[in-house]
Design a protein around this ligand. Structure first.
Ligand code: FES
Length: 160
């Protein structure tokens, strides 16, 4: 077992899993870390996590699919998240998703054919006073109007 071929994972991730191995609530923490590193819960990494934490793979997929924050799909190069929390929803978040679909041909939960963008509807991100809010690669944009979307997307479309 010692020379077993492992790890599509970084040393930092392995150290994190090792540190959390015996702690309660470790699976959620580890999956957060995996998603932070890869942008999603990659299948081969889930297998390694299962092995390292001695948790059945089915449980990992159960947790990853139950919690909205985890995704099993590899995201696009640029990650767009539209807040669908109450304040944002009431101020037109669905219009933003619809317009993104028109511009990018990409619905929430999908990515564009060229892998440049993925679009997600997410829960409240804590900036309700700026509703409707979206993020692109973690950068927050507030009071977004659908007609602003082409300009907001342009820098990311041109940065191929
Ligand atoms: S409801 Fe959108 S940031 Fe809170």
């Amino acid at each position: 077992m010692a020379d077993e071929k492992l790890l599509p994972m970084s040393e930092g991730l392995v150290a994190f899993i090792t540190e959390w191995k015996k702690k309660p609530g470790n699976l959620i923490m580890v999956l957060h870390k995996v998603q932070e590193e890869y942008g999603y819960i990659a299948g081969e990494v889930a297998i390694e996590v299962s092995r390292m934490l001695e948790v059945p793979l089915a449980k990992i997929y159960g947790v990853a699919t139950f919690y909205h924050l985890f995704t099993l799909k590899k995201p696009g190069k640029n990650k767009i998240a539209v807040c669908m929390g109450t304040a944002c929803y009431l101020k037109g978040a669905q219009d933003l998703l619809d317009e993104l679909d028109t511009i990018l041909s990409c619905k929430a939960g999908e990515k564009t054919a060229d892998d440049m963008f993925s679009v997600a509807g997410v829960r409240c991100i804590g900036c309700c006073g700026l509703a409707p809010v979206m993020t692109i690669n973690g950068k927050v944009f507030g009071n977004v109007k659908r007609e602003q979307l082409p300009d907001l997307l342009a820098p990311f479309q041109n940065a191929k």
